[in-house]
Design a protein around this ligand. Sequence first.
Ligand SMILES: *Cc1c(COP(=O)(O)O)cnc(C)c1O
Length: 391
Amino acid sequence: MKNTTRAIHTPYQRRDAYDALQMPVYHTLAYEFDDAEVMADAFCGRTNAPDYSRVLNPTVTHFEERIAHLTGAKEVSAFTSGMAAISAMLMSAASAGKNIISSKHLFGNTYLLLTKTMRRYGVEARLTDLTDPAAVEALVDENTCCIFLESVTNPQTEVADVKALASIAHSHGFPLIADTTMIPFTQFDGKALGLDFQVVSTTKYVSGGATSLGGVIIDYGNFPEISLFIKKDCVFNFGGYMTPHAAYMQTLGLETMQVRYDRQAESALKLAKILESTPGVVSVGYPGLESHPQHKLFIEQYGDKGGAMLTFDLESEAACKRFINGLKLIHRATNLFDNRTLAIHPASTIFGPLTQEQRDAMDVKETTIRLSVGLEDPEDLYSDIKQAMLA
Ligand SMILES: *Cc1c(COP(=O)(O)O)cnc(C)c1O
């Protein structure tokens, strides 16, 4: 089966009483048992019958199974948001006294999680240039517990060599973990690339219509003690398990993800190409462009489509503000991979609360606009971009 088929035809663990074609939303907290023995088996994990919806719910399980079916993962765990999945993942890999090697170019809250929140629990973040394997190797010591990368950094659009990082991690016996939110997991084989775990904000491509928050850990089963910590300690003790309604909406999103991605990535490439020769545009950041410094590596790792996020630089911060204010069709909003196109000036918004020093260290520039390309006709999008540029 190809992925587009597989996304829709994942069998249910059990048929529902009415043979519903769509997995029902089991809006229930508790479940009744026929007798004390069956009940004890469920509570002690000897069967996989749900007992309480903070830790197991059939609608969420079905969503997890669909992603496992699509990715070949051993186990998938769904959380209430991308950050809940990322924090559960890193709290599972690390413990007091350990260090995590990662990039200076990180999603804002992940950067704060690593450099501020986890520091409080005795975990050190060693941030470096992940495109330089020698720099990574130099940071490894006996307390390193994982390397954590983002498939395409945002807004820098930097791409690291996953196989090179995997060989460093595996030669020292610790896992390679990637936040692959920026490219749908149907586009590449994470296991073949050498990833041990993927974390994904399903708020983005999976949800599609920006209907719901969600996050998943895609676990290939190479580090069973970490898997156990995710499923037991994180889900049970931290909470943060996905809600059934979100799982329902995200399952629907998953069914159309590939079709949406193909269309959005195609439009993004068209726009990136026209923007490259648009007066007033200083540079364009899009891994699908041949001019992108890691274009070849990107294609090798993540397939022939460059994603639906692009950035471009204008001459000044003032030009960026004028552009944002001049938009008529494209929405001024954060979020990525909505069905509608969104524009944002990252330096003054997402990274606004950080200090200038932190923004400089993360290479977040005042002159950059980020565009998340939706499903509209690309000609309409370009018309809006052009008129906003002249505004
Ligand atoms: C959005 C995003 C997150 C956080 O996801 P939420 O669902 O908003 O918690 C993490 N990493 C990346 C790369 C993202 O784009």
